[in-house]
Design a protein around this ligand. Structure first.
Ligand code: SF4
Ligand code: SF4
Length: 366
């Protein structure tokens, strides 16, 4: 997802990663303006059998906002089959080891499981040897992820989790994603964790987290050690943009030692204090979504939260810039002030006013 555009930079990075023992490469039909799969295919020439390749595509419900706008109909088995063929072609391979529904939700489960629908298409592809394992990636609540897992249809899941997300509030109750990871482990489902560095926030030193460091050499190492210490996490995936990221991540994984119970308890206590500060404003429950104008309220307020609590202004501004420029847009200035979201917010947040403040805060020069 974060590959540099120049093949002369990206390809040596990936080949060096294989040399260092990194053996799981995750891409998507859409990453890097559709070029990520092509670059990965070029990089793996002669090395394809040394690694696992994972790719993915979205499925949508009729009326759902997707990366090509509002969907006019539910996704079909033919859509998924055609996406898979395109991915295999771009990757220059005859099979992928993992194929995942991208950004999957419990709401989309009926679409996936429709007769002769997307899941049936993937099972047929698996029978033909085009896919090794069927999985999903998701930002849904832990409770919903557990329901998806309980269908027994999936062999891998990719979820967003990191040190700073130790506790997530969702749907009004405190939920731990770790419970969904544990559930997956019991079912024998492989768990891949995306966002180990919180979209880059843990890649820059945070003064308030200095107390966490003594047992390890730096914040990045701590973030990876934390994830690798969770039973059930099969592998973290990290978007890398520079050769030094590849070298550093491989070093950390090679020298990895699990955190002790005492270390984990200390970290949980410190992060827990900050988590409760984060939840005082917007809890990220998502009740206010979807917004008719596509404003991504929970993500915007999440940036504001982290800006205030961890004092990471540059990171928050960059995140907002991405929100303004991404396919899904979703920045605060799209708000038409209809007020629909405020009726649904359990925290009684004056969302319209807070969005204006957020836009000013996140667009001001540093
Ligand atoms: S008030 Fe703004 S953010 Fe809220 S639902 Fe309406 S357009 Fe979306
Ligand atoms: S603004 Fe309110 S409804 Fe929306 S995510 Fe935050 S707390 Fe939940």
């Amino acid at each position: 997802m974060r590959l540099p555009p120049e093949n002369s930079v990206a390809i040596p990075m990936m080949r060096r990663a294989v040399e260092l023992g990194i053996n799981y490469f995750e891409t998507s039909i859409t990453y890097c303006q559709n070029r990520s799969e092509i670059q990965l295919g070029l990089a793996l020439k002669g090395m394809r059998d040394d690694v696992y390749v994972s790719t993915k595509s979205h499925i949508h419900r009729e009326g759902e906002r997707g990366f090509r706008g509002i969907s006019e109909r539910d996704s079909t088995g033919e859509d998924v089959k055609s996406n898979l063929e395109e991915s295999l072609h771009k990757l220059g391979t005859d099979r992928v080891d993992f194929y995942q529904f991208h950004g999957f939700t419990l709401e989309n489960l009926p679409v996936a499981m429709a007769e002769d629908g997307p899941l049936d298409a993937l099972k047929a592809a698996k029978d033909k040897g085009l896919i090794g394992h069927i999985g999903f990636t998701s930002h849904d609540t832990p409770a919903n992820i557990i329901k998806i897992l309980d269908t027994g249809e999936f062999e891998s899941m990719t979820v967003y989790y990191n040190l700073l997300q130790m506790e997530r509030r969702g749907r009004g109750e405190l939920e731990k994603l770790v419970s969904a990871i544990e559930h997956a482990r019991k079912l024998g489902v492989g768990v891949i964790v995306m966002g180990p560095l919180g979209g880059g926030i843990l890649g820059t030193p945070i003064e308030k987290l200095r107390d966490l460091i003594p047992s390890t050499s730096n914040q990045v190492e701590l973030a990876f050690r934390y994830l690798l210490s969770i039973p059930g996490v099969t592998t973290p995936i990290s978007g890398m943009t520079r050769m030094s990221d590849v070298e550093e991540n491989a070093r950390i994984a090679s020298e990895y030692e699990p955190l002790s119970t005492d270390e984990l308890a200390r970290i949980e206590a410190i992060i827990g204090r900050y988590s409760s500060l984060l939840a005082r404003f917007c809890t990220g429950c998502g009740y206010c979504q979807p917004c008719p104008s596509g404003v991504r309220i929970p993500e915007i307020f999440n940036l504001v939260n982290f800006y205030r609590v961890y004092e990471v202004g540059d990171w928050a501004r960059q995140g907002y810039e991405q929100l303004q420029s991404s396919r899904f847009h979703g920045s605060a200035d799209l708000c038409i002030e209809c007020g629909a979201c405020e009726e649904k917010c359990p925290q009684k947040i004056s969302i319209r006013d807070e969005l204006k403040k957020a836009h000013t805060l996140l667009t001001k020069a540093s």
